[in-house]
Design a protein. Structure first.
Lengths: 721, 147
């Protein structure tokens, strides 16, 4: 049952607040109504979004928002997602921002569409707008026999309308669908019954890669004397094969791989964030939310602890894939047509254009679903790989897939983190000084046309190599390493510092939550350690430092109420994602086997405040998915490297993830605020869950595990030390 | 040609495909049955699961010749209560693991229509899901088992 805030206060704030607000950014940049909403003359409504479905039910949520605002049945609304040249450029689908940004754009565009349609209906029926009723697009007025529907009222002028300013939106009190359960996702049935993924796209040729052992290896020799059964593409150290039959492409790739000899072309530096790397890191203390160059303020602390996580994988269940068609004939436009599961098709287009010396307008990219990606995985790289093969076989559509080994071996890894915490308690056992020093490699290396380099894996392998960008510290608020490094608590004095290490030994990039997981794991574990010092319960210790943050207190209380408290083998974690989005508290209950040292998570309770709830079921799904993934990271996962710096964990046996028999039951409570804007929640639970687990393990065993993953070996190590 | 049944209908593939893993034969232009997904090719993830004469097999490694004259069932053909329950509960995220889960769960429910949560989890233990949809899959199937 969502807990609801009083509605009266909500409505007032809504009215006043909304009239003075500017247009959402996307609409301000692209005010033409027809680029967002089209009322098709066949009784449908088409909504266009630049965002993509990555398994979180986004398209269903956007459909609900549009249907609600327009007063049509959701079944009439078709959401068209990311397709260059057709849908608005709304940037990358990342950072749990899509409901906030695309949702706001479509909601306001729909409000305008409704307003224009009602004005037309008012003229047609000779009845003032205020007296009109709309039900599923049909407009009526009491005492008037004539009725019209949306689809009779549209014309070219409607499409061309330029949105000048904000128009009032429906009051949440009138919502029929938004915030109500029972909406079946639009994409699930097809996924269980038919071709639905980019992997399933029809193609004339199937392509596979022959990769070097690592990105630091280059081709020494490729001795292929057998007559080729298909197409072999070799460009420097980029090697791929293509064949009309998929099984033949796979077989042939294996044969070519056996003939390829590679040499290690670059050093194979050690992987860890060791002392030497930390000493060479660049420090950025955070001032007003932003990391800045400048001296770090020294703050003496009595209590200190260091936490870490290893390299992690996105480890998508389906290896990355894409289709590409290089049109034959010089005059064809577009020249190159790609289907990709990329989270940022517009950026991808810009970077591929640069890498292949094409005009951006000569490339068309359409988003097609992939397996869940959880950040920057191999999807963009695979699109470029497909394009490279397609260029060699003009006129034929190529479907290129990575193997499992390619995926585990070459995806951009989630970077490791090293977090040093310090605190001083005052006489009343309150924190009076707090330090947080987080060290790590970049979390941000998605391909971007604005970047200096070409950040697509194969670019550096080409005969004429295109080098990737040099990692740079991200200095905006709440990004990369320092995401959620600032505590949710109000401490009288604190110094939070990001330490950027430039020389990453491998490609690292965005993994669900970026730095938030490691930072919140450290903060919330440390809070429990301090609570123990203070002799106060973990929840009371948090409460006394939450100050006036009533929403955080409400979430904490909701998690405790749901779980019935922290007694027993339980622990909790709390954070507000990016310190401004969804606030989540998690309580975990564990059992630790005395003889095997295995941790079993019996139950999780999640409480979350994501503002206005658009789709309660979808929100729960995201919160739970993040929590389960975090448990998997924390209990099992660590990337290992071989002596040459190549990823050694290249399958599910060497890189295990959580299984069905290992997942807890999960109970989720939503704290709904219908009066507030919705915020994304896909990444909100990763940090709190990680800490809740560590704190529960401490409650169960008295062992404080500060280094992830919490494998039985780790537990034994901690017990022995 | 080698004949077999695919989701209740007659199907066939050429002799020279005998040693090809079944998944490629199913997904090939001839049959285009796309619900079995390639995840690893190593019998480690279960994305490729199909039933062969009722028992769950890994299509990524099973030589196609092994299904001669047998019945291969995929998620696409399983329009019973199990698949319905999972779809109705939105019991997935990206959905890539879903067809394999439908197949493995269907196999269980045919022999045991009222399994416990533990039994369901055990039957699905070879099915990986990276998105964390497991709690809701288990909820949907436990509800079905109790109905
Ligand atoms: S694809 Fe067959 S088990 Fe993974
Ligand atoms: S829902 Fe994405 S892998 Fe299971």
């Amino acid at each position: 049952m969502p807990l609801r805030q009083p509605a009266a206060r909500a409505a007032g704030a809504d009215r006043v607040g909304r009239l003075v607000r500017p247009l959402p950014a996307g609409l301000a940049a692209l005010p033409s109504l027809g680029r967002w909403i089209r009322v098709a003359d066949d009784g449908r409504v088409v909504a266009l979004t630049g965002k993509v479905e990555i398994g979180q039910g986004l398209l269903t949520a956007l459909r609900t928002i549009v249907a609600e605002e327009l007063d049509v049945e959701p079944g009439r609304v078709q959401v068209v997602s990311a397709h260059t040249g057709r849908t608005p450029d709304e940037g990358t689908t990342a950072g749990s921002m899509s409901i906030e940004t695309s949702g706001a754009n479509l909601r306001q565009a729909s409000a305008w569409a409704r307003r224009l349609l009602l004005e037309r209906a008012s003229n047609r029926l000779g009845v003032p707008v205020a007296r009109l009723d709309v039900a599923d697009g049909e407009i009526t007025a009491p005492g008037v026999n004539e009725r019209v529907d949306y689809w009779q009222l549209i014309d070219a002028a409607f499409l061309d309308f330029e949105i000048p300013k904000r128009t009032p939106e429906k009051s949440p009190a009138e919502y029929r669908w938004v915030g109500h359960a029972g909406q079946r996702r639009v994409d699930v049935e097809a996924k269980a019954t038919a071709a639905a993924f980019v992997h399933d796209a029809p193609a004339e040729l199937h392509a596979r890669l022959v990769r070097p052992p690592s990105v630091n290896h280059r081709l020494a020799e490729l001795d292929i004397r057998v007559a080729s059964p298909g197409t072999l593409v070799v460009d420097g150290s980029f090697v791929a094969v293509a064949h009309p039959k998929e099984s033949e492409a796979v077989r042939w790739a294996e044969r070519v791989a056996a003939k390829a000899h590679w040499r290690l072309a670059f050093g194979s530096p050690r992987a860890e964030i060791d002392e030497q790397r930390r000493a060479g890191a660049e420090a950025f203390p955070i001032r007003d939310g932003r990391p800045v160059r400048g001296p770090r303020q020294e703050m003496p602390t009595t209590f200190r602890a260091t936490y870490s996580r290893p390299f992690l994988m996105h480890a998508s269940l389906g290896p990355s894939a894409a289709t590409a068609l290089w049109r034959a004939g010089h005059a064809s436009t577009p020249r190159l047509v790609i289907e990709s599961a990329s989270q940022g098709i517009e950026s991808l287009r810009g970077v591929i254009a640069r890498a292949m010396a094409l005009d951006v307008d000569h490339i068309e990219i359409r988003h097609v679903a992939g397996a869940g990606c959880y950040g920057h995985n191999g999807a963009d790289d695979a699109a470029f790989d497909a394009a490279l093969v397609a260029r060699a076989v003009p006129g034929r559509t190529v479907l290129l897939k990575w193997s499992r080994e390619d995926e585990h071996g070459f995806e951009p890894l989630g970077p490791p983190m090293h977090v040093e915490m310090g605190a001083e308690l005052d006489a009343r056992d309150r924190v009076e000084a707090w330090t947080h020093d987080v060290y790590g490699f970049t979390h941000v290396s998605r391909p971007s046309p604005r970047a200096a380099g070409v950040d697509l894996l194969s670019a550096r392998l080409l005969g004429q190599p295109l080098e990737p960008s040099t990692p740079r510290p991200a200095l905006a608020p709440e990004v990369g390493i320092h995401r959620n490094a600032l505590p949710i608590y109000a401490f009288p004095a604190q110094e939070v510092t990001k330490h950027f290490i430039a020389d990453a030994p491998v490609r690292t990039s965005a993994l669900r939550g970026l730095g938030a997981q490691g930072n919140v794991f450290a903060i919330e574990s440390f809070m429990d350690e301090l609570a123990l010092e203070a002799g106060v319960s973990p929840d009371d210790f948090r409460r006394r430092h939450l100050g006036r943050d009533a929403r955080a207190v409400a979430v904490l209380d909701a998690a405790l109420a749901a779980s019935g408290g922290l007694a027993g083998n339980r622990g909790m974690g709390l954070a507000r994602y990016k310190n401004r989005q969804c606030c989540a508290a998690v309580v975990a209950e564990v059992a630790v086997d005395d003889s095997t040292a295995e941790i079993r998570v019996a139950k999780l309770w999640i409480a979350a405040d994501a503002g206005r709830v658009i789709d309660p079921d979808g929100l729960r799904n995201q919160l739970e998915g993040g929590a389960i993934q975090a448990l998997s990271w924390c209990l099992k996962e660590a990337v290992a490297f071989d002596a040459q710096g190549a990823v050694a964990t290249r399958d599910w046996e060497s890189y295990p993830i959580l299984r069905f028999s290992e997942v807890p039951t999960v109970e989720t409570v939503l704290v709904d605020h219908p009066e507030l804007d919705p915020v994304g929640a896909g990444e909100a639970t990763v940090g709190p869950t990680s800490a809740a687990l560590a704190n529960a393990v401490f409650a169960a065993t008295g062992l404080r595990v500060r280094d992830l993953p919490m494998t039985p070996e780790r537990l034994r190590q901690v017990a022995a030390s | 040609m080698i004949a077999f049944r695919l989701d209740g209908r007659a199907a066939q593939f050429s002799q020279d495909q005998r040693d090809t893993p079944l998944i490629y034969v199913l997904r090939d232009d001839g049959l285009r049955e796309m619900t079995p997904k390639f995840g690893c090719g190593l019998e480690q993830c279960g994305a490729c699961r199909v039933l062969v004469d009722g028992s769950p097999e890994y299509a990524c490694t099973l030589p196609a010749g092994a299904v001669a004259n047998r019945h291969v069932e995929t998620s696409a053909g399983m329009d019973g209560a199990v698949r319905r329950a999972l779809i109705d509960a939105n019991a997935t995220q990206c959905g890539y693991c879903l067809p394999g889960i439908v197949v493995a769960a269907e196999a269980l429910f045919r022999v045991d229509p009222h399994p416990t949560r533990d039994r369901i989890a055990e039957a699905l233990d070879a099915q990986l899901c990276r998105c964390g949809s497991q709690p809701r899959v288990l909820r949907a199937l436990t509800a079905l088992a109790g109905s």
